[in-house]
Design a protein around this ligand. Structure first.
Ligand code: EPZ
Length: 420
């Protein structure tokens, strides 16, 4: 297993480009199942999770490939016979594989998809996904750890989500586009990635209104056509790069972002004492040597994103004062805390809240990544820590960051990957 080795203390300077959004690419790749023919996607990040989604699609009989290692272009051809199944051994490695459920039932009338099971950050059930499909007329059976969903023809209906769920909203939206009649979805997730998926589906011929708000209306259509689309920038990767500038007391321009997708994070970084300015389609973060502590409460978009909580905790661990961080989305998303302790952070967990007392400095040590955003948090802390920090199990990092160590090295960080 690879590890990332960092020698802390370098202030980062320069320009860096955000890659395409992982959490937009995954549902959009799955949506190719809704049309006959080949869809082409650009700005698709080279991530382990994207490779897994392409593999899930190939397992079903699609031609799903990246053009070549160097490009950001992926094509998904849905032509021949499709076996509408997603096996456990793939779904267990990436729970977002469950996003094929809605398209398969809508297009092929049948789906057999493994239940994703829990993951490190929480139980993460899919009851709302299933509630939505049932509301559209699907028969759902759970057998041997698999969801078996069938429907001769989905019918439009009303779906009131009990819980705001990003992939739940996306799954039901992809099912509803081919249902007969109108579907009304309430209490939907408002993330930019939901809006981006609706944009792609409408380009394919769907009739979706309201994506990005909590109420979405869909008029079912008879069929969709393949699409060409460039994926929007990854607001979480971009946010992580802004925090790298902040924690190192640097000055970095993160290019090719959508600033309005990052308001909650930018507001917190400014409150902590960073100077954040918009430059074209980029955001510049300039930070003093030490920032002020700020409080963080994660909520659904447009609130502060849970996917940035671990990164902000690393930043708060070396800020002036005490920061209270409340994690309201997942029940176990503090696994980076014991690892940050190893670097000298002063953090106390009280249920869903972490109290972070800023310390003057951290000192490098070997630490272990436990999940995707925890990996980023430990690398950020290593940028600041005195001496050497080794972050092991970086396969977690590779799920959601495209060559992060190269991007940070180009900004002046003393960071390298050591192959296992
Ligand atoms: C998406 O996960 C993202 N993944 C996650 O990003 C992100 O953290 C999360 O949304 C929240 O923003 C993708 O988009 C591929 P949820 P998702 O369904 O859709 C509960 C990353 O780091 N819930 O919005 O799986 C659930 O347990 C990843 O890039 C139910 O109870 O998250 C959680 O507490 C991590 N029943 C809350 O809702 C359901 O049927 C939000 O989960 C579905 C969800």
């Amino acid at each position: 297993m690879d590890k990332i080795v960092i020698k802390g203390g370098q202030a980062l300077h320069g320009e860096v480009q955000a890659s395409g959004a992982k959490n937009a690419a995954l549902p959009i790749l799955a949506s190719a199942l809704l049309a006959d023919g080949t869809s082409t996607y650009r700005n698709v990040p080279a991530l382990a999770d994207v490779a897994t989604m392409l593999k899930v699609l190939r397992t079903m009989g699609c031609d799903a490939e990246r053009d070549s290692e160097e490009t950001d272009v992926c094509r998904v051809g849905v032509n021949g016979h499709i076996t509408p199944e997603a096996p456990y051994d793939l779904v267990k490695t990436m729970r977002a594989s469950v996003l094929v459920l809605g398209p398969l039932v809508a297009r092929f009338g049948r789906a057999r998809v493994s239940m994703p099971g829990g993951c490190a950050i929480g139980a993460r059930p899919i009851d709302q996904h299933l509630k939505g499909l049932k509301a559209l007329g699907a028969d759902i059976h759970l057998t041997e750890g698999y969801v078996e969903a069938t429907a001769k023809q989905l019918k439009g209906g009303t779906v009131n989500f009990d819980v705001i769920t990003v992939t739940g909203t996306e799954n039901v939206m992809m099912a509803a586009v081919l249902a007969k009649g109108r579907t009304l979805m309430e209490n939907c997730a408002r993330e930019p990635e939901v809006e981006e998926l609706a944009k792609v589906l409408n380009k394919m011929g769907a009739r979706i209104e309201g994506a990005g708000t909590s109420s979405i209306t869909i008029e079912g259509v008879d069929g969709l056509k393949p699409v060409e689309h460039a994926i929007l920038p990854d607001r979480i990767e971009a946010g992580t790069l802004l925090v790298a500038a902040a924690i190192s007391g640097g000055d970095v321009l993160v290019k090719r972002v959508v600033p309005e997708h990052m308001d909650a994070l930018v507001e917190k970084l400014r409150e902590a004492g960073c100077t954040i300015t918009t430059e074209g389609s980029g955001l510049r973060c300039k930070a003093p040597q030490r920032l002020d502590a700020v409080n963080i409460t994660t909520t659904e978009h447009p609130g502060f994103p849970t996917d940035m909580q671990a990164q902000l905790m690393a930043l708060m661990s070396v800020s002036q004062g005490t920061s209270v961080i409340s994690e309201n989305i997942f029940e176990n998303r503090f696994m980076h805390v014991p690892e940050l302790h190893r670097l000298g952070a002063d953090i106390t967990i009280q249920g869903p809240t972490a109290v972070v007392k800023g310390v003057k400095g951290l000192s490098g040590a070997p630490v272990m990544a436990t999940d995707l955003r925890a990996s980023a948090s430990l690398i950020l802390a290593g940028l600041r820590a005195e001496g050497r920090t080794d972050v092991s199990r970086v396969y977690h990092l590779d799920r959601g960051y495209e060559r992060l160590e190269r991007k940070l090295s180009a900004l002046g960080a003393d960071i390298r990957r050591e192959k296992a």
